[in-house]
Design a protein around this ligand. Structure first.
Ligand code: GLU
Length: 252
């Protein structure tokens, strides 16, 4: 028996839905209907500052008005509830513990200013900016000292060496060379989890089979593949859609 298709539309309720979001929702809905699969609506509201309940309600009204009915998600429930990331904190914490137990995480105390300086230096040398790993080799004493000074760290994931290949359903094979991805942030200094982390935990737990989204997320995909591997999950299939641009060349 072939596996049932499970796709998701995962908007962040930080503003009104734009045309690009609606198209992503439409493609996911079409694929779910075409394959007798399941469309999940997941609300990605971990950015507490920018997310609002009003935007969340509005986007569900718009989807309903467009006839893009979801099979699992807020209002309708489902076997992998809750479908709002702000209500799934314990799951992210449990997964973080798994990564910590494998020594794949370290605290980073670099300030925004230090990181910005590093980025500028790398760009100045014509290199892709990425975190150089300054805090990776801090000793427990160094960490204690920084914390005694009141510094609250972010937690970074240790990216293993080696290139990463994304097998994209639209673009084919996309190779990300060895030196392009620096150790990336899993939790912010207020301990809230970042997008790349929550999206993997949720797509894995919600048994998503196909991730269909805008190609602005293509560069996140190798990071997500690394997290799937580190957590022992099988990655879904990925399909990155071209971005809709306005006449001024900016994305809609
Ligand atoms: N919350 C992300 C966004 O709105 C979802 C990206 C994804 O589909 O993985 O861009």
């Amino acid at each position: 028996m072939t596996e049932q298709v499970r796709v998701r539309f995962a908007p962040s309720p930080t503003g009104s839905l734009h045309l690009g979001n609606v198209r992503t929702a439409l493609y996911n809905w079409l694929y779910a209907r075409h394959t007798q699969g399941v469309l999940i609506l997941r609300i990605e509201d971990t950015d507490k500052e920018r997310s609002s309940e009003a935007h969340c309600e509005e986007l569900m009204e718009i989807m309903t008005w467009l006839g893009l009915k979801w099979d699992e998600g807020p209002r309708v429930g489902g076997p992998y509830a809750p479908y709002k990331q702000s209500e799934r904190t314990d799951l992210y914490e449990a997964h973080l513990e798994r990564l910590k137990a494998k020594n794949l995480v370290y605290p980073c105390y670099c300030t925004e200013e230090e990181l910005e300086l590093e980025r500028k230096r790398q760009l100045g040398r014509g290199h892709m900016p990425k975190y150089g790993g300054k805090c990776k080799n801090l000793t427990p004493e160094d960490r204690q000292k920084l914390e005694a000074e009141g510094k609250t760290p972010v937690l970074r994931f240790i990216v293993p060496p080696g290139e990463i290949t994304v097998q994209d359903e639209v673009r084919g094979e996309v190779v990300f060379p060895d030196d392009q991805i620096g150790d990336f942030v899993l939790t912010r200094s207020d301990k809230s989890p970042t997008y790349n982390f929550t999206v993997v935990v949720d797509d894995a737990l919600m048994k998503v089979t196909h991730v269909i989204r805008g190609e602005d997320h293509l560069s996140n995909t190798p990071k997500q593949i690394l997290l799937y591997k580190a957590l022992g999950y099988l990655p879904p299939k990925f399909a990155h859609l071209s971005i809709i641009k306005g006449p001024d060349g900016r994305s809609e």
